[in-house]
Design a protein around this ligand. Structure first.
Ligand SMILES: [Mg+2]
Length: 121
């Protein structure tokens, strides 16, 4: 699942992710992502999560997904995708339960590295 509010970024990210052979489902904000995941958690193998989004940001969405998972004994990899690359932001993402943190614009090699680290590819 790709969670991103910006249409241009959605398109760029989709084409990057397709190169890895993923089928992509879009969510336009954090709330949509939480609802989709809770409706059918086994449908997804990975969540790529933007941080800054309207309605519900990526940090809160991740927090809610992790709470849901604790109840249902699930654990999906979540990779944060954000314009901020400061160390403090990285730590913040990880503290909310994200597994990794990548900067925009997306670097394909770093994305592949992250997928390998998380055992996704
Ligand atoms: Mg955004």
């Amino acid at each position: 699942m790709l969670v991103e509010d910006n249409k241009l970024n959605q398109r760029l990210m989709e084409s990057s992710l397709r190169r890895f052979g993923f089928l992509i489902e879009l969510a336009a904000n954090g709330l949509e992502a939480v609802e989709k995941y809770q409706t059918d958690p086994h449908k997804y193998s990975l969540i790529i999560m933007d941080i800054m989004m309207p309605v519900m940001d990526g940090l809160e969405a991740t927090r809610q997904i992790r709470i849901f998972e604790q109840i249902h004994n699930l654990r999906i990899p979540i990779i944060a995708l954000t314009a901020n690359t400061f160390n403090a932001d990285r730590e913040r993402c990880l503290s909310y339960g994200m597994d990794d943190y990548l900067a925009k614009p997306l670097n394909m090699e770093l994305l592949a590295q992250s997928f390998r680290n998380l055992g996704i590819i």
